[in-house]
Design a protein around this ligand. Structure first.
Ligand code: ADP
Ligand code: TRP
Length: 332
């Protein structure tokens, strides 16, 4: 029996941070390395166009995310890596799926709703600054998934709604033409927890509370020092469950290291010491990938080559699906 298809997309919006790594990059790489699936991961560059209108910046973001995933362990021999804009059939499918998406479904999509909400709060027209790319974003995402008939889609928790929308769209299409499109299943990392940022809110580029994955050791130190702590004496026992530093540490350290730090907390630890421990774990995990990242960014042709190979594999499959669907809907 052939393997199930695992697919995910990565929006290029700058160098990923530790939250992106824990919530999206690591689970997807682990799934690919398990060998259980046939894996297809792509750079969702047209999705970024919704908000990034600077060509130099977009080009650089594309290389940054590709290099980041490769540096963190994506193996192009195990995963077909490609670029969304290299597969124009996705846009043909986008139109077809649009015609099976009721508008109300888009009104309820969270990214659009958040923009409307922000506009209303600032007493602006509710559609101020909303382009159709933002409004129909989930349809493009559904098309990304269906173009390869994906079975499972590893995503960060905030993307699950979009996978549900993709299932609704596929169901509407299938209700008309029979079982043509597969219903994808979203998979989120165990516990479904979001990594907090330096200020305790969700780590996000938009809150500027993030730690970029390839910060230098010096930068890491500076960022970790920004984590706010109280002024309690080092000898006073501390509750690890209420500490952002401990939370971070447990995500990146081994179980044994985490238990050792827990004991130290309960005995009494100075915040300076706790921060040093966190720095040491993060830096030893990231030192290797940081070098690979720098090497790839200095040789973007290597990235181009991998993406071209991906395109060569994916495009014929996408063309086949579109040809079948054209026949199904009656334009051919
Ligand atoms: P940002 O909020 O920094 O703009 P994105 O929205 O581009 O990040 O997120 C890209 C992916 O990383 C998504 O799949 C998202 O679920 C995941 N992700 C983002 N922030 C976190 C976080 N703090 N913890 C876990 N996963 C996250
Ligand atoms: N919307 C996703 C994000 O912001 C990226 C994405 C685009 C995606 N197309 C996809 C993820 C298809 C999974 C499947 O993170």
């Amino acid at each position: 029996m052939s393997k199930k298809i695992c697919l995910t997309g990565v929006k290029p919006t700058g160098m990923p941070h530790l939250g992106n790594y824990i919530g999206a990059i690591k689970p997807a790489i682990d799934m690919a390395n398990s060998g259980e699936y046939e894996s297809y991961y792509f750079i969702a560059d047209y999705h970024s166009l919704v908000g990034v209108h600077d060509p130099k910046l977009l080009r650089s973001y594309i290389y940054e995310v590709a290099a980041a995933w490769l540096a963190m362990g994506l193996d192009p021999k195990k995963v077909t890596l490609y670029k969304q804009s290299d597969i124009p059939e996705i846009l043909e499918l986008h139109w077809i799926t649009s015609c099976f998406t009721v508008k109300g479904l888009m009104n309820r999509a969270h990214a659009y709703k958040a923009s409307v909400q922000a506009n209303l709060e600032q007493e602006r027209d509710e559609d101020h600054g909303v382009n159709m790319g933002l409004f129909t974003y989930p349809i493009l995402m559904a098309s990304d998934i269906m173009i390869l008939n994906a079975d499972v889609v590893p995503v960060g928790a905030d993307q699950l709604q979009h996978i549900e929308i993709a299932r609704d769209i596929a169901t509407a299409f299938n209700n008309t033409y029979g079982n043509k499109l597969k219903l994808p299943k979203g998979i989120v990392r165990e516990g479904n927890k979001l990594l907090a940022g330096l200020d305790g809110r969700k780590m996000s580029k938009s809150y500027n509370n993030h730690i970029p994955l390839f910060s230098t050791e010096k930068e890491l130190k500076k960022l970790i020092n920004r984590i706010t702590t109280d002024s309690s004496d080092p000898s006073i026992p501390k509750n690890p469950e209420e500490s952002l530093i401990f939370d971070f540490y447990s995500e990146f350290a081994t179980v044994d290291q985490t238990e050792a730090l827990r004991t130290w907390y309960l005995r009494g630890i100075g915040w300076g010491e706790a921060k040093m421990e966190l720095l040491s774990v993060l830096n030893s995990m990231l030192a290797g990938p940081r070098e690979i990242y720098a090497e790839l960014m200095a040789n973007p042709k290597k990235i181009d080559f991998i993406l071209e190979e991906g395109q060569a594999k994916v495009r014929p499959q996408a063309q086949k699906l579109i040809n079948d669907l054209k026949h199904t809907i009656g334009v051919r």
